[in-house]
Design a protein around this ligand. Structure first.
Ligand SMILES: Nc1ncnc2c1ncn2[C@@H]1O[C@H](COP(=O)(O)OP(=O)(O)OP(=O)(O)O)[C@@H](O)[C@H]1O
Length: 515
């Protein structure tokens, strides 16, 4: 064997997943879309709800998950799903969960979906909220958007009290019940409710979804994952506390709803067990990270052979320019895009703010441009996002707050103002366009020294087709003078902001406090 062939063999070996169960995945590429009326066992009420959403057939990943949950797979195994951005992973888990819970008799918290950010959690809650009520299920949100008291009143049903009688709160704490069947949460607020909210319990949980898994496994907030796993640890006694005594008749149905999974050589796992679904467009294959999830007989679903996949309809381009001229090239590019919905990604919250301010000093661009970053208050971000969704804003300049999972209809272009350092970042950013089979473009601004590194980066996603995109040199020339004046205005604005910040930091009261 020659050296090159050996090297190739070596690298192929290296890319094989370490975990044996990851080596023989279900290839979602081999599965076809399925019209709703051909989908076995689909509850007719859910079919109508899906049709009302404009959905007439399920995407391949959704069909694959359906087969492994409602179909022959019957939720016997935990599912690890690696599927490209915009391929419909949300509905892939939401639909089977809602279908399974549609026959429940007693309301209690049975499904928990954890997401890394508030905006993402709110988006996923909306998806559940469009199908769950059709079968009488309620969905809650725990993200810290409203006060904890408001959130508690949404999540926990309190017993009706008669006027004039004095109650001991400890007496009815037993009677507190969940007001929701499904909860979508971020780790922080979830832990708050676990620790402090009376009546909040995970002991009836049947389904746990960890969306954007690779991102969430980095989120160690108050050990949220071990805490959740401990509290949901399958144990017939805690699930059915009255199983040996007089069980209220309504609780009988709980036993049947909670799947009594089939043991397949996994002797140490007790049943009924919690079913887990973990998903990402860039799912980790690191055994030590996946071990944290304590998966049961996991089944790996992935798309194609390559570990990292870009959406089929995505076109990638590079724009090569001098670093100091990047804003000029960006403006010229935005002009050629003629107001199409676009997201511009920068490498930090500070540069997002500066770039957005600068762009708005360019005067009559005829494009509404706004900032969206973790530096802003949630209410500001939500307002901006709503306006962007509604098309009132055409360009969003964003930090990585927008990188993962965000689904905004009609985004035609993604622009990497700063080259992403990792392929995972490229995939998630680029994946804000070309979603659900639509077309989209991803432009990356590079200076000469970055070109080689960028090529290598894209090869990790098997992408060796990234042509140069040029902007007309006349537009660059015509923008130079306005660019200089915009830069001068930016300097002034930065100065004013720094002065304002200093003034806030050194106001007499704070000086007093510092003493
Ligand atoms: N069966 C379907 N038919 C038509 N549109 C669908 C279908 N399923 C999902 N969609 C739409 O596809 C878009 C992408 O779905 P979703 O946000 O679930 O993708 P995703 O795979 O989770 O992406 P990401 O990895 O970026 O989070 C959404 O706008 C959703 O409404």
């Amino acid at each position: 064997m020659d050296e090159a062939a050996e090297k190739k063999k070596g690298s192929e070996k290296k890319s094989l997943p370490v975990l044996p169960w990851m080596r023989n995945p279900v290839d979602v590429n081999l599965i076809e879309e399925c019209p709703l009326n051909f989908l076995p066992f689909l509850d007719p009420r859910l079919e109508v709800a899906l049709q009302n959403m404009g959905i007439s057939s399920l995407f391949p990943v959704q069909v694959a998950v359906w087969q492994e949950t409602i179909g022959p797979g019957s939720f016997e195994r935990d599912l690890c799903i690696n599927s490209p951005t915009g391929s419909g992973k949300t509905l892939a888990y939401a639909l089977p969960i809602v279908q399974m819970l549609s026959t429940r008799a007693v309301k209690c918290l049975r499904a928990l979906v954890v997401l890394p950010t508030r905006d993402l959690a709110m988006q996923v809650k909306e998806v559940f909220a469009t199908i769950a009520p059709a079968v009488g299920l309620s969905v809650g949100l725990a993200v810290g958007q409203s006060s904890i008291a408001d959130e508690i009143s949404e999540l926990i049903k309190r017993p009706k009290l008669c006027a004039g009688i004095c109650y001991d709160p400890e007496d009815f704490s037993q009677e507190l019940q969940s007001a929701v069947d499904i909860l979508v949460a971020t780790p922080g607020r979830l832990i708050d409710h676990i620790n402090n909210t009376k009546g909040f319990t995970l002991k009836h949980l049947c389904y746990l979804v960890v969306d954007e898994t690779d991102r969430l496994l980095r989120e160690a907030y108050q050990s949220w994952l071990p805490t959740v796993l401990k509290l949901t640890c399958s144990c017939t006694e805690s699930l059915f506390p009255y199983s040996n005594t007089s069980l209220p008749s309504t609780f009988d149905s709980l036993k049947t709803i909670r799947r009594l999974g089939v043991e397949r050589g996994f002797k140490d796992k007790s049943y009924p067990r919690l079913v887990k679904m973990v998903l990402s467009a860039t799912l980790t294959q690191d055994p030590s990270k996946l071990a944290q999830l304590d998966l049961h007989h996991p089944l790996f679903l992935t798309t194609g052979q390559s570990r990292y996949q870009l959406p089929e309809q995505l076109k990638s381009f590079k724009l090569i320019c001098e670093s100091k001229l990047k804003p000029l090239y960006l403006v010229a590019l935005l002009q050629t895009l003629e107001g199409e919905k676009s997201i511009v990604f920068t490498s930090s919250v500070e540069s997002t703010h500066r770039l957005c301010t600068l762009l708005n000093f360019f005067g009559d661009l005829q494009i509404k441009i706004k900032e969206y970053s973790g530096l802003q208050r949630q209410s500001v971000r939500s307002t901006t996002l709503r306006a962007f969704r509604a098309g009132k804003i055409q360009v969003l300049v964003s930090s990585d707050a927008m990188t993962r999972g965000m689904d905004v209809d009609g985004v035609r272009n993604v622009i990497n103002y700063d080259m992403p350092a990792y392929i995972k970042t490229y995939i998630h950013r680029a994946g804000r366009t070309a979603r659900a089979g639509q077309t989209g473009c991803c432009f990356t601004l590079l200076h000469k020294e970055e070109v080689k590194r960028f090529k290598k980066l894209l090869l990790k996603a098997d992408n060796n087709c990234c042509p140069v995109h040029s902007v007309p040199s006349e537009s660059i020339d015509s923008l130079r003078s306005i660019y200089n004046s915009a830069l001068a205005k930016l300097k002034e604005s930065v100065k004013a902001e720094t002065y304002k910040k200093r003034k806030i930091n050194f106001k007499p009261s704070s000086i007093g406090k510092q003493k």
